[in-house]
Ligand binder design. Structure first.
Ligand SMILES: [Zn+2]
Length: 175
Protein backbone atom coordinates (compact mmCIF):
# COMPACT_ATOMS: atom_id res chain seq x y z
CA UNK A 1 0.00 0.00 0.00
CA UNK A 2 2.69 2.42 1.03
CA UNK A 3 4.97 1.37 -1.82
CA UNK A 4 2.17 1.82 -4.35
CA UNK A 5 1.46 5.36 -3.20
CA UNK A 6 5.16 6.23 -3.34
CA UNK A 7 5.54 4.89 -6.88
CA UNK A 8 2.55 6.85 -8.08
CA UNK A 9 3.94 10.04 -6.63
CA UNK A 10 7.35 9.42 -8.19
CA UNK A 11 5.74 8.92 -11.60
CA UNK A 12 3.84 12.15 -11.18
CA UNK A 13 7.12 13.86 -10.35
CA UNK A 14 8.76 12.50 -13.50
CA UNK A 15 5.89 13.81 -15.60
CA UNK A 16 6.29 17.25 -14.06
CA UNK A 17 10.04 17.26 -14.67
CA UNK A 18 9.62 16.14 -18.26
CA UNK A 19 7.06 18.86 -18.85
CA UNK A 20 9.33 21.53 -17.41
CA UNK A 21 11.53 23.46 -19.76
CA UNK A 22 14.87 23.19 -18.04
CA UNK A 23 14.88 20.04 -15.92
CA UNK A 24 17.54 18.38 -18.07
CA UNK A 25 20.13 21.11 -17.65
CA UNK A 26 20.25 20.74 -13.88
CA UNK A 27 22.47 17.66 -13.89
CA UNK A 28 22.02 14.23 -12.41
CA UNK A 29 20.94 13.09 -8.98
CA UNK A 30 20.88 9.29 -9.08
CA UNK A 31 19.50 9.01 -5.55
CA UNK A 32 16.40 11.14 -6.07
CA UNK A 33 13.58 12.15 -8.38
CA UNK A 34 13.02 15.75 -9.34
CA UNK A 35 9.92 17.86 -9.54
CA UNK A 36 10.00 21.45 -10.69
CA UNK A 37 6.76 23.05 -9.76
CA UNK A 38 4.99 26.25 -8.86
CA UNK A 39 5.12 26.70 -5.11
CA UNK A 40 2.60 29.42 -4.45
CA UNK A 41 3.09 31.41 -1.27
CA UNK A 42 6.47 29.82 -0.60
CA UNK A 43 9.76 31.67 -0.21
CA UNK A 44 11.71 28.40 -0.41
CA UNK A 45 13.68 27.84 -3.62
CA UNK A 46 13.68 24.10 -3.12
CA UNK A 47 13.73 21.29 -0.64
CA UNK A 48 14.36 17.58 -0.31
CA UNK A 49 11.83 15.09 1.04
CA UNK A 50 13.86 12.20 2.51
CA UNK A 51 10.98 9.70 2.80
CA UNK A 52 10.14 10.06 -0.91
CA UNK A 53 13.70 10.68 -2.18
CA UNK A 54 12.19 13.62 -4.01
CA UNK A 55 13.71 17.02 -4.81
CA UNK A 56 11.13 19.78 -5.21
CA UNK A 57 12.32 22.97 -6.89
CA UNK A 58 10.33 26.19 -6.89
CA UNK A 59 10.00 27.17 -10.56
CA UNK A 60 8.55 30.54 -9.67
CA UNK A 61 11.65 31.61 -7.76
CA UNK A 62 14.31 29.81 -9.78
CA UNK A 63 13.18 30.90 -13.23
CA UNK A 64 14.77 34.30 -12.72
CA UNK A 65 18.16 32.94 -11.69
CA UNK A 66 21.28 32.12 -13.68
CA UNK A 67 21.68 28.48 -14.79
CA UNK A 68 24.60 27.99 -12.40
CA UNK A 69 22.48 29.13 -9.44
CA UNK A 70 19.72 26.70 -10.45
CA UNK A 71 22.28 23.92 -10.76
CA UNK A 72 23.72 24.83 -7.37
CA UNK A 73 20.29 24.63 -5.70
CA UNK A 74 19.67 21.28 -7.38
CA UNK A 75 23.10 19.96 -6.37
CA UNK A 76 22.51 21.22 -2.81
CA UNK A 77 19.16 19.44 -2.55
CA UNK A 78 20.68 16.35 -4.18
CA UNK A 79 23.43 16.35 -1.55
CA UNK A 80 20.73 16.02 1.12
CA UNK A 81 19.95 12.58 -0.37
CA UNK A 82 23.48 11.47 0.60
CA UNK A 83 23.31 9.88 4.09
CA UNK A 84 26.72 11.42 4.88
CA UNK A 85 25.19 14.89 4.40
CA UNK A 86 21.60 14.29 5.48
CA UNK A 87 20.23 17.51 7.00
CA UNK A 88 23.58 19.29 7.38
CA UNK A 89 23.14 22.53 5.38
CA UNK A 90 26.84 23.44 5.44
CA UNK A 91 27.80 19.97 4.17
CA UNK A 92 25.17 20.22 1.41
CA UNK A 93 26.53 23.64 0.37
CA UNK A 94 30.06 22.24 0.40
CA UNK A 95 29.16 19.20 -1.71
CA UNK A 96 27.33 21.39 -4.25
CA UNK A 97 30.21 23.85 -4.62
CA UNK A 98 32.79 21.06 -4.96
CA UNK A 99 30.62 19.40 -7.61
CA UNK A 100 30.12 22.67 -9.49
CA UNK A 101 33.80 23.51 -9.51
CA UNK A 102 34.88 20.03 -10.62
CA UNK A 103 32.21 19.84 -13.34
CA UNK A 104 33.05 23.33 -14.54
CA UNK A 105 29.68 25.07 -14.24
CA UNK A 106 30.55 26.99 -11.07
CA UNK A 107 33.10 29.77 -11.48
CA UNK A 108 33.90 32.71 -9.22
CA UNK A 109 31.23 35.09 -10.60
CA UNK A 110 28.65 32.33 -10.17
CA UNK A 111 29.72 31.75 -6.57
CA UNK A 112 28.90 35.42 -5.97
CA UNK A 113 25.50 34.90 -7.61
CA UNK A 114 24.84 31.88 -5.39
CA UNK A 115 25.76 33.95 -2.33
CA UNK A 116 23.40 36.72 -3.47
CA UNK A 117 20.63 34.15 -3.86
CA UNK A 118 21.26 32.73 -0.39
CA UNK A 119 21.09 36.19 1.16
CA UNK A 120 17.33 36.24 0.58
CA UNK A 121 16.78 33.50 3.15
CA UNK A 122 16.38 34.14 6.85
CA UNK A 123 18.67 32.53 9.38
CA UNK A 124 17.01 29.66 11.23
CA UNK A 125 17.93 26.70 13.38
CA UNK A 126 19.57 24.82 10.51
CA UNK A 127 20.59 27.61 8.11
CA UNK A 128 23.57 29.74 9.26
CA UNK A 129 23.90 33.43 8.21
CA UNK A 130 24.71 33.99 4.54
CA UNK A 131 28.23 35.20 5.38
CA UNK A 132 29.03 31.89 7.06
CA UNK A 133 27.47 29.84 4.27
CA UNK A 134 29.18 31.90 1.57
CA UNK A 135 32.62 31.58 3.18
CA UNK A 136 32.07 27.82 3.36
CA UNK A 137 31.00 27.69 -0.32
CA UNK A 138 34.00 29.77 -1.41
CA UNK A 139 36.39 27.54 0.54
CA UNK A 140 34.83 24.26 -0.66
CA UNK A 141 34.81 25.40 -4.30
CA UNK A 142 38.60 25.82 -4.25
CA UNK A 143 38.12 28.66 -6.75
CA UNK A 144 39.38 31.48 -4.56
CA UNK A 145 42.91 30.35 -3.93
CA UNK A 146 44.66 30.02 -0.57
CA UNK A 147 43.81 31.98 2.56
CA UNK A 148 45.46 35.46 2.71
CA UNK A 149 48.22 34.34 5.08
CA UNK A 150 49.22 31.63 2.59
CA UNK A 151 48.98 33.90 -0.43
CA UNK A 152 52.72 33.66 -1.18
CA UNK A 153 52.56 29.90 -1.58
CA UNK A 154 51.40 28.49 -4.90
CA UNK A 155 48.10 26.67 -4.44
CA UNK A 156 48.12 22.96 -5.10
CA UNK A 157 46.30 22.18 -8.30
CA UNK A 158 43.81 19.37 -8.45
CA UNK A 159 44.18 17.90 -11.96
CA UNK A 160 40.52 16.80 -11.89
CA UNK A 161 39.26 20.32 -11.24
CA UNK A 162 39.98 22.14 -14.48
CA UNK A 163 38.15 25.36 -13.48
CA UNK A 164 40.95 25.98 -10.98
CA UNK A 165 43.23 26.92 -13.87
CA UNK A 166 40.81 29.49 -15.30
CA UNK A 167 41.83 32.45 -13.07
CA UNK A 168 45.50 31.86 -13.93
CA UNK A 169 44.78 31.81 -17.64
CA UNK A 170 42.69 34.96 -17.36
CA UNK A 171 45.43 36.69 -15.38
CA UNK A 172 47.98 35.85 -18.07
CA UNK A 173 45.74 37.20 -20.78
CA UNK A 174 45.34 40.43 -18.86
CA UNK A 175 49.06 40.89 -18.17
ZN1 LIG B 1 19.47 22.39 2.41
Amino acid sequence: MHILAKTTFALAACALAAGGSAADDLGQCPGADLAETELKNSSSSGYYIPGLKLIVLNKTILEGYAPAVRKFIFAHECAHSDPAVAEDEMAADCAASRKGASEGWLDRPNVIKVCAHLSRFPVDATHPPVGVRCANIRRCSGLFGPQPQEAQRAPERNPDATPLTTPTVLARQLD
